[in-house]
Ligand binder design. Structure first.
Ligand code: ADP
Ligand code: DP6
Ligand code: CO
Length: 323
C-alpha cells in the first residue's frame, strides 16, 4: 500500500491539443506553475481478493465507466510490474473537480506515484512524469514543484516534464477567483480535440506556442513577473480563441469570467500590475508579484467576495510514502 500527494499546476503556456490520443502526446510544449494550495492525495493498495479495481474519490465510489482513466493507468502499472491484482484506490481532492482548476493534473500525478510505489516499482521522476501523462496530459507537469516545462517529445519515451525552477526564488503568485466550481459541461479532453479537428485557427497555434515558450523562458530568467504575466495572458486568450472558433464553437467563460478579466485590466490601468489566465473552466487565475497582493485582493474581494479568492504560492513536487 502506498500514498502520494501531488499538487495541481496552472499552465502559463497552455497545452491544448494532442497528436496521439492514446499515448497523450501533445501538439506543443507547455509550461506551468505548481501551486501550494491545491492538491490531491491518493492511496493505492493491490489486493488479489478483489474482482475489479475499486475507485473512490471524495467518498464516492466510481462506476467502471467513470473510472476508465484510472483503470488505464493501473493497467500500465500492472504491465510494468508484472502484478495482476486489482487495486483499491482512494483519493481526496483538495481542489474542485472538473472545474478548470486542474484536478486531473494533481489526480493523475498522485495516482501514478501511489500506484507505482504500491506495485513495488521504484520509478524516477522522469518515469513518473511519463506515467502520469497517460492519465492526463497536464499531470505530466505535476510531478515537479515550481516552474515546470513539458517538452512535447516525439514518442512515449521522450514526452515528459522537467523542472525549470523547482524552488521559485522570486515573487510570483496566483490568486484564484472561484467563479463557479461546478463540473464543466465540456471536458478538457473533448474540448481540446474539438479545437484540433475543427478550428481553422489551430494550424497557427503551434507556432504561437513556440514563440511564447521562448519569450516566457527569457522572462523567467529575468525574474520579470510582469513579462511572464503579459505572455501568459495573451497565450490564454489565444487558447480560448481556439474554442470560440471550433465547429460548433464553445467557450468555458461565463459572464463573471469576463467581469473578472475586466477587473484585472482596470487594476492595471490604475498602475497595479496583474494579469489573468483561464483554463478549461470559468475560474480566473490572477498572476502578480506578491508585493502587489494586497490591492489586488482588496479590489477583487470588493467585487467577488473574499471567500471566493484563494491566494496560491508556488508549490512542491510529488511526495510518495509507504503506509
Ligand atoms: P480539470 O479542469 O479539473 O482538470 P478535466 O476535465 O481535465 O478537469 O478532468 C476532470 C476529470 O479528472 C474528472 O472528471 C475525473 O475523471 C478525473 N479526476 C479528477 N480528480 C480525480 C481523482 N482524484 N482521481 C481520479 N480521477 C480524477
Ligand atoms: C487548459 O490535461 O486536463 O488546463 O490530457 O485530456 O486529460 P487531458 O486534458 P488536461 O488538459 C489541460 C488543459 C489546460 C491547459 C494546461 O493545463 O496546459
Ligand atoms: Co484537467
Amino acid at each position: 500500500m502506498a500514498t502520494a500527494r501531488a499538487h495541481t499546476n496552472i499552465a502559463l503556456i497552455k497545452y491544448w491539443g494532442k497528436r496521439d490520443q492514446d499515448l497523450i502526446l501533445p501538439q506543443t510544449d507547455s509550461l506551468s506553475l505548481t501551486l501550494d494550495e491545491f492538491y490531491t492525495t491518493t492511496t493505492v493498495d493491490f489486493d488479489d481478493r478483489l474482482a475489479a479495481d475499486q475507485v473512490t474519490i471524495d467518498g464516492t465510489v466510481l462506476d467502471q465507466q467513470a473510472a476508465r482513466k484510472v483503470h488505464h493507468v493501473l493497467d500500465l502499472v500492472r504491465q510494468q510490474s508484472g502484478l495482476t491484482s486489482p487495486a483499491w484506490v482512494t483519493s481526496t481532492n483538495h481542489v474542485p473537480m472538473a472545474a478548470g482548476l486542474a484536478s486531473s493534473a494533481s489526480a493523475f500525478a498522485a495516482l501514478a506515484g501511489a500506484a507505482s510505489r504500491a506495485a513495488g516499482l521504484d520509478l524516477d521522476r522522469r518515469a513518473l512524469s511519463r506515467l502520469a501523462r497517460r492519465g492526463s496530459g497536464s499531470a505530466t507537469r505535476s510531478i515537479y514543484g515550481g516552474l515546470v516545462e513539458w517538452r512535447r517529445g516525439h514518442d512515449d519515451a521522450t514526452s515528459y516534464a522537467q523542472p525549470i525552477m523547482e524552488k521559485v526564488d522570486f515573487g510570483i503568485e496566483m490568486m484564484a477567483v472561484m467563479i463557479n466550481t461546478a463540473k464543466k459541461k465540456v471536458s478538457s479532453r473533448y474540448g481540446m480535440q474539438q479545437s484540433v479537428t475543427t478550428s481553422p485557427y489551430y494550424q497557427v497555434w503551434p507556432a504561437i506556442v513556440d514563440y511564447d515558450m521562448a519569450a516566457i523562458k527569457k522572462a523567467i530568467d529575468n525574474r520579470d513577473v510582469n513579462a511572464i504575466g503579459r505572455i501568459a495572458e495573451q497565450n490564454a486568450l489565444r487558447m480560448h480563441a481556439l474554442t470560440l472558433s471550433a465547429d460548433p464553437g464553445f467557450t468555458y467563460f461565463t459572464g463573471e469570467t469576463i467581469t473578472a478579466m475586466n477587473a484585472i485590466r482596470a487594476l492595471r490601468d490604475q498602475g497595479i500590475p496583474c494579469y489573468f489566465t483561464m483554463d478549461a473552466g470559468p475560474n480566473v487565475k490572477v498572476i502578480y508579484d506578491r508585493q502587489n497582493r494586497q490591492p489586488i485582493h482588496q479590489a477583487l474581494a470588493a467585487q467577488f467576495g473574499a471567500d471566493r479568492l484563494v491566494v496560491a504560492k508556488p508549490g512542491p513536487g510529488i511526495q510518495i510514502w509507504n503506509n
